[in-house]
Design a protein. Structure first.
Length: 264
């Protein structure tokens, strides 16, 4: 059987039988990517948060959560490839399983790194042509989005909330922040890393124009809009689809049209 070696996004060399026939995905956005690449029976395990596609969510074996993988279930499935992510999965679990099975880990903080991931996963699973098509579609979508923004003068100051109690927002080294920049907006917490805890009082001094409340991981709803508006009365507060703003796989093809509605 043919073997290939490929370096993951953490610099680890992963050697596997090619093409892999028993794949487990630990990452919802990358699970959807595998489907859009044309795989089906090759994917034998997904997490309980891998909600797209719905057919897989209802039929595929679930191996736990993104940060609470059931090692015994993974062992029972005997994967020949595990696809994981540095941020979304638990380092100790990934390291334990990578000692047993070929494990490819992504690390994504920008749209460009998301496109790199799509291409490399395509190579991993024998779907390089399909991956290149997806990347081309996404590039075209973002190109159409950014052209009018180059002339835009309204560079809105934005805070993107992902959690409540404590309040947490997207910092500057995140995929979400890169999405905001691509939209022509400025992340008021661009000088903070990852997902910092913040207070509403702290944000009062940052001249926030727009507050975006994500649908995930915390399920913000309409009542939270009033809570934010009380503290930041001059800011526009919107609920946003967290999948469109933070899923760095093939869903980016849909995200370009979605963010146009936010900009408009």
């Amino acid at each position: 059987m043919k073997q290939i070696s490929i370096t993951d996004m953490l610099g680890n060399v992963v050697t596997l039988n090619y093409p892999p026939k028993r794949i487990i995905s630990f990452v919802p956005s990358q699970t959807e990517l595998l489907f859009d690449l044309g795989l089906d029976e090759e994917v034998v395990g997904i997490t309980k948060f891998c909600v797209h596609p719905e057919t897989w969510f209802r039929s595929k074996k679930r191996i736990g959560g993104t940060k609470t993988v059931h090692i015994d279930i993974v062992r029972s499935l005997q994967p020949d490839l595990i696809i994981a992510n540095k941020e979304e999965n638990t380092k100790e679990q990934v390291e334990e399983l990578s000692a047993l099975y070929p494990t490819w880990v992504s690390n994504i903080q920008t749209i460009e790194e998301g496109l790199q991931m799509i291409q490399e996963v395509g190579i991993l699973v024998g779907k390089e042509e399909q991956a290149n098509t997806i990347v081309q579609d996404i590039r075209q979508g973002f190109s159409a989005l950014t052209k009018p923004l180059r002339q835009a003068k309204d560079n809105k100051r934005v805070a993107y909330f992902i959690w409540r109690n404590p309040w947490m927002c997207a910092g500057g080294d995140t995929f979400i922040s890169d999405m905001l920049s691509t939209m022509g907006w400025y992340n008021v917490l661009a000088d903070r890393m990852r997902y910092p805890e913040v207070t509403l009082d702290e944000l009062k001094g940052k001249n926030v124009d727009v507050v975006l409340l994500s649908s995930e991981p915390y399920p913000f709803k309409d009542p939270h809009i009033a809570e934010i508006k009380e503290a930041l009365p001059n800011a526009e507060v919107k609920l946003v689809d967290g999948e469109m703003m933070s899923w760095y796989g093939s869903r980016m093809r849909l995200a370009t049209e979605y963010v146009k509605t936010l900009i408009g």
